[in-house]
Design a protein. Structure first.
Length: 176
C-alpha cells in the first residue's frame, strides 16, 4: 500500500520539523524574539502530534513505522529560520499532503486521510503565522498561540466553539 510509504515519509518530515522548530525557538529566544520563539515551540508541538498521528495510522493500516532519523539542522538568524520554516510549510501544504491525500483516498485508507487532513490544515496555518512573524519581525504582537491537542491546528485566536479540522472543543486547546 503506497499510503503506508507516504505516511512514513510524512512522519519523518514531521519529526524533523518538530526537531528543527525546537532548535529555531532557542535561536529566536537568544535573539530577543520571545513571541517568535513561542510560535516555533507551538508549531513544534503540533508537528509532534502529526508525527504521532501518522505513526498510529501506519499501525492501524497494518504497516510498520520506519526508524526515524533526524537531519542536521542548519541554524541561521531568526529571519533566515522563519524563511526556511515558511518554505517547508508551503511544500507540505501545496505539494506533499495534497499528493499523499489523493493516494490515500484512492486506496480507501480513511485513517490516513484523516491524519493527513489534520496536518494539512495545521501546515496551512503554520505557513500563514510564520509569514506574519517574518513580516513583523522585531515588532511582533505578544499574543497567545493556541494549539489543538488532537490535530495540531495552530492559531492566535481561539475558534468560536470547536476546532475547524477535528471538532474538539476550544476549551481543550493548549495555550503557548
Amino acid at each position: 500500500m503506497k499510503t503506508i510509504d507516504n505516511l512514513n515519509a510524512a512522519r519523518s518530515g514531521e519529526a524533523n520539523a518538530c526537531h528543527r522548530y525546537t532548535i529555531f525557538a532557542s535561536k529566536a529566544e537568544a535573539e530577543g524574539h520571545a513571541w517568535v520563539a513561542r510560535l516555533f515551540r507551538a508549531a513544534a508541538y503540533a508537528e509532534g502530534l502529526h508525527r504521532d498521528g501518522h505513526q498510529a495510522a501506519i499501525i492501524k493500516l497494518g504497516g510498520k513505522p520506519n526508524a526515524l532519523t533526524l537531519d542536521e539542522v542548519k541554524i541561521g538568524t531568526t529571519r533566515e529560520n522563519l524563511a526556511v520554516a515558511i518554505q517547508g510549510e508551503i511544500h507540505e501544504r501545496d505539494e506533499m499532503y495534497p499528493e499523499f491525500l489523493k493516494v490515500a483516498e484512492a486506496e480507501g485508507a480513511s485513517v490516513a486521510v484523516r491524519t493527513m487532513r489534520y496536518a494539512l490544515a495545521a501546515e496551512t496555518e503554520h505557513a500563514r503565522l510564520y509569514q506574519a512573524a517574518l513580516d513583523n519581525l522585531g515588532r511582533n504582537q505578544d499574543t497567545p498561540i493556541f494549539v489543538c491537542p488532537v490535530c495540531g491546528y495552530t492559531v492566535t485566536v481561539l475558534p468560536e466553539e470547536k476546532c475547524p479540522p477535528c471538532g474538539v472543543k476550544k476549551e481543550k486547546f493548549i495555550k503557548f
